[in-house]
Design a protein around this ligand. Structure first.
Ligand SMILES: [Zn+2]
Length: 125
């Protein structure tokens, strides 16, 4: 059975799983939590959104090309597994994770679990 990181909702393989404050976390989130113990997700989201708002940016404005491509891809397909996105957009897992983390902070993309499968979907899906 797949293990889901309680912070980013991504699938975690056994060796990357960490426990922190009774939460199951992936390697990346665990590192983030350890580095910034007092920063909650809401603050991170607001920090990520503020410059975009201040610049009058909405939707995909101000995003990198790769971030736009991921977002547009998910809009078009409504939902996709991380593997589908990686294959169709020809990007590495590392790159996808990095960009999805940013898109999540900007509230453009989120993870959704259906059955045993985890999908990336547009935030307003
Ligand atoms: Zn995570």
């Amino acid at each position: 059975m797949a293990i889901i990181c309680e912070r980013c909702q991504n699938e975690v393989s056994g060796e990357d799983l960490h426990y922190h404050n009774n939460q199951q976390l992936c390697e990346d989130c665990y590192m983030e939590v350890l580095q910034r113990p007092k920063t909650c997700d809401v603050a991170a989201t607001q920090m990520a959104k503020k410059p975009r708002r201040a610049a009058g940016q909405t939707g995909t404005e101000g995003l990198l090309e790769i971030q736009k491509r991921i977002y547009e891809y998910l809009k078009e397909n409504e939902k996709a597994t991380r593997r589908q996105v990686m294959e169709d957009l020809d990007i590495s897992e590392l790159e996808l994770d990095k960009q999805v983390a940013i898109l999540r902070h900007c509230e453009l993309v989120k993870g959704r679990k259906e059955g045993n499968q985890v999908y990336l979907v547009p935030f307003d899906y």
